[in-house]
Structure formats: structure tokens, C-alpha cells
Design a protein around this ligand. Structure first.
Ligand SMILES: *Cc1c(COP(=O)(O)O)cnc(C)c1O
Length: 381
């Protein structure tokens, strides 16, 4: 991956001028900063960024420029990255499971906010982390759906266990807080409703007032045709329900979006290597590259098709099976993609809304995955 100094006008200009044979992610800093400002203006609390969704340095720098002052980090690498690019920023170490050397690294880096979802990991923190001005957020889960896949499958204590952990963290001298993640690409805001009310129950059961409540990532980006998800509606719901559930004891709210912040700031240009016997489309990128997420959370249908001259193809759409470039039969996009009937070898498929979990999870499997990241003023057209 390399960054050139060129700033393109829009994706079709890149196609026309370079006809790139390798996958190209197009980053629009203006879009990222505008989304960051929407969060900062609209979210009723503190906005942090989940670094794992896209740790590109340009992304971090633009978020800092837009005013983001906190980051959700999950590893020593991410801690060091943020310490270097945003030295004064708050670090929330919200991976609830850590090795002892990772904990030591974070203590040394000045991490003051930690999440936990089990007795054993809490006892480890109590043993290794100085309590002074230090916050432990108990991560809990509920059996609610609404997201693209279930995050509770890996992390999160039940409500009962969360109450016990919160009490123990407070007794040990830490600032007690709560945190949850409703699941990524959560298009049903009622998931937040249920989680926030459960937080109040946990506090009541523990007899502990939570200092902060982190309402997670999960904020959706624009993956399907039609209107984009309206973040402000989710913010308003979170604000209203937090007051209803906690009244005068309402904790400070925090959010830690990854996808919702960065998703719409990148567009992904892929190329049709072959149209095998006019049925199967073979792209130069697939599930081992920038399109890793699609089999897990579903296709993006905001796709534009361009000829090598950069002319938009908008013939009648027909369903096609789409494969990635590797010799592995898993390397296939789910179902079929609706693509113009006049699609031809050498055309470009431009996927919108590709900023999250794309460059971050790109692999070099089978010798593919040579991905370039370029900058553009606009992602339209
Ligand atoms: C991945 C992650 C996020 C970001 O999730 P998105 O669905 O991308 O918003 C937030 N918090 C934690 C703890 C995470 O692991």
C-alpha cells in the first residue's frame, strides 16, 4: 500500500486515467471529517473512534483534525499508533481479554479506561493496574438482535454477572462504568433502547452508580440503495432513553463507532478480470481482500459499473455470481449481485461505503491483495 501525492476529483477519473488492474480504495477526507462532525455535534456525549475498523494513519489524522479526542484500542500496536498520532488523546482499552504483557504495556502507555466481562480478567486488572483515576467498564450483553451479526457471541457478561463485576470493580477502588456493543451495522435503534435500560437494571442490582455508559459501535453506514441510515435519529433515541432509564443519575455517555464513522469515507474500485462464459464474474478482489466482510454481513448493493473509459454502464441489471481472484472456492460473494447486462471484461465495479473492515483485513493470500489507497475530493461519480 502506498500513498501518492495526487488528489483525484472522483473515482471515475481514476478509472479513466489509470485503468488500475489492482484493487484501489479511494479515501475522501472531506466525507470522513463531515461524518465526524455529525457525531461530535449530534451524539449526546463523548465520541471515540474504534481503531480496528480502519487504522490507516490518514484516517486517524483526519479524525483528530475534525475534533475526535478519544480512541477505542484493542492491542499494544493500536495503543502505540494512537500515542504517536494523537499524543493527548484518551485511550479506551476495550478488548475485554488481554495477556499480562499487554496489560503492562497499556499501563506504561497511560491507559486509564479498561473494559472487562469476566471474573478472571477483572481480578487480573485489579492485580496489575493502579486504581488512581482509573476506570473499569463492565461489558454486558443481551439476547437482542438488530445488527448484521451477533457480537454477544464472543464478549459480554450477562446482566447478573455484570452487576457482580461492577460492584467488585467499585469496591476495588476503580471508577465503575458500563459498556456494550449492540452488534455491527445495527440498523434497528431499539437495540440501544434495550441495552440502555438494562444498564440501569445492572446499576440498581449492584447498588453502584455508573460513572459512564459506553453505547458502543454498531452505528450503521450506507450499504444498501435508498436513503442512508439517519444517525441523528439513533442519537436522539439514545439521549431520550438514557434520561428515562437513569433520571438524575444519568451516566456520562460515550460512543465508539468504527464503521459508522469511517464506512462511507471510502469507495472501492475493483476490476472484472473475466466474464467466464458470460455468466460468472471474476473480480481482482474478493473475500481474502477488501471484500472480506461481505459473506459475514451481506453484500453491499451500492455498486456502480464503469467501462475502462470511465463511462457509467446502466443497462438493465441481471443477477450474476461473483468470484474473487484466488483459487479457493470460499472466495465468492454471497448470492448474486445485480449488474448491468452489458457488463464486459475489463470493466470496473465500484463498491460504495467500503471504509470499514476492508483495508484492515486485506490479506496477500494466493499472491493477490496488492491494494492501493488514494485520495479524492469526492466519492460521487
Ligand atoms: C469493533 C468494536 C467497535 C466498533 O464497531 P463498529 O460496528 O465498527 O462500530 C466498538 N467497540 C468495540 C469494543 C469493538 O470491538
Amino acid at each position: 500500500m502506498g500513498l501518492s501525492k495526487t488528489i483525484w476529483a472522483q473515482p471515475s477519473e481514476i478509472i479513466r486515467t489509470k485503468q488500475p488492474d489492482h484493487p484501489v480504495l479511494v479515501f475522501a477526507p472531506t466525507v470522513l471529517q463531515a461524518t465526524a462532525r455529525r457525531f461530535l455535534k449530534g451524539f449526546p456525549g463523548i465520541v471515540t473512534y474504534a481503531v480496528k475498523s480502519n487504522p490507516d494513519e490518514m484516517v486517524i489524522e483526519n479524525l483528530v483534525a475534525a475534533g475526535v479526542k478519544g480512541f477505542d484500542v484493542a492491542s499494544p500496536f493500536e495503543i502505540d499508533l494512537i500515542r504517536r498520532l494523537a499524543p493527548g488523546a484518551a485511550l479506551h482499552y476495550h478488548n475485554p481479554v488481554r495477556g499480562r504483557d499487554e496489560i503492562a504495556h497499556a499501563v506504561k502507555a497511560g491507559v486509564k479506561t479498561w473494559s472487562v466481562d469476566s471474573v478472571s480478567e477483572l481480578e487480573k486488572l485489579i492485580e496489575l493496574v493502579p486504581t488512581e483515576n482509573c476506570e473499569i467498564s463492565v461489558r454486558y450483553k443481551l439476547p437482542v438482535s438488530g445488527a448484521a451479526y451477533n457480537f454477544g457471541a464472543k464478549f459480554g457478561a450477562t446482566v447478573e454477572l455484570a452487576a457482580a463485576l461492577l460492584k467488585r470493580a467499585a469496591e476495588a477502588g476503580f471508577i465503575p462504568s458500563l459498556t456494550f456493543h449492540p452488534g455491527t451495522q445495527c440498523t434497528d435503534p431499539m437495540a440501544w433502547d434495550a441495552y440502555i435500560r438494562a444498564a440501569a437494571t445492572i446499576c440498581a442490582e449492584a447498588g453502584v452508580q455508573a460513572h459512564r455508559l459506553n453505547v458502543g459501535g454498531g452505528f450503521p453506514n450506507h450499504r444498501q440503495q435508498g436513503p442512508a441510515p439517519v444517525l441523528e435519529e439513533i442519537f436522539a433515541l439514545i439521549d431520550r432513553v438514557a434520561t428515562e432509564a437513569f433520571g438524575a443519575n444519568r451516566p456520562i455517555l460515550v460512543c465508539e463507532p468504527g464503521r459508522g464513522l469511517v464506512g462511507d469515507a471510502f469507495t472501492h474500485i475493483t476490476r472484472v478480470k473475466a466474464l467466464r462464459d458470460d455468466t460468472h464474474v471474476f473480480l481482482n478482489d474478493g473475500v481474502y481482500g477488501g471484500l472480506t466482510e461481505l459473506p459475514m454481513i451481506g453484500n453491499i448493493d451500492r455498486i456502480e459499473v464503469y467501462s475502462p473509459e470511465g463511462i457509467r454502464r446502466d443497462g438493465e441489471a441481471i443477477g450474476r455470481i461473483v468470484f474473487g481472484p484466488t483459487c479457493d472456492s470460499v472466495d465468492r460473494l454471497p448470492g448474486e449481485l445485480m449488474l448491468p447486462a452489458d457488463l464486459a471484461e475489463g470493466d470496473f465495479l465500484v463498491f460504495q461505503g467500503m471504509g470499514a473492515y476492508s483495508s484492515a483485513t486485506n490479506t496477500r493470500f494466493n499472491g493477490f491483495g496488492q491494494m492501493e489507497i488514494v485520495t479524492a475530493l469526492s466519492l460521487k461519480g
